[in-house]
Design a protein around this ligand. Sequence first.
Ligand SMILES: *[C@@H]1O[C@H](CO)[C@@H](O)[C@H](O)[C@H]1NC(C)=O
Length: 244
Amino acid sequence: MCEKSVLSLFSIFNIYFVLSYILTRNMPGILHDINEPCQKATFGMGCFWANDALFGATHGVLRTRVGYSGGTSPNPTYKNISDHTEVTEIDYDPSKISFGELLDLFWANHEYGFVTPIKKQYASLILYHNNEQKELAELSLKKKLITYDSKITTEILPADTFYAAEDYHQKYRLQQHPLIYETLGLTSELLQFSHAATKLNGYVAGVGSKKDLEKDLAELGLPDVVADYVRREWRENEGGTLYC
Ligand SMILES: *[C@@H]1O[C@H](CO)[C@@H](O)[C@H](O)[C@H]1NC(C)=O
């Protein structure tokens, strides 16, 4: 009797330990919040799942989220995007990556190019957040015009209201991996603002360098089994397409 109750207490404790390990939301030790000074950049380059992953794994990018912007109609949704464009909003540390370097990634990674006319949802779009970004964006467009004699469709506009996309679009690549999703305890808020989710969403899609991957894995506070899983996914998907 006594022995049994000791045993059952022990196993209850065990179950509690295992369950809380699996179910804990916002695991302590996981690097969700990072408080570096940052600036925003917003780009439309085709389907936003791809760019969420591309920029997420880029050194100096702290957080990304996807949404709808560039239009005038209120409260766009995926089903009714209206006159808006799919965009990725990037929080970056300007001491680690410049807006010029982000622009290089912008020009090099369009899903449908920037010459072929395409519906507004997938338009090539730079939404600038200050005068410096505006000038750099316009200068980069001028340089492209020297190379491409056909008309470039890219528009450069001031950033206005950003409407976050539905949760199932945020960190879309990462959401295909329940092990990581559960480990990070991703809530609606974390899907848009977690540093760890931003980085891992790129790495599981095979983006980023081995060096950055290892540096981030050392900092993100993941259990070893999850870090190994991310390494394997990165290796298997490296060089694959990001496009939707
Ligand atoms: C889509 O959004 C526009 C602009 O907000 C609105 O006028 C229209 O009624 C919406 N259409 C549907 C089917 O909800």
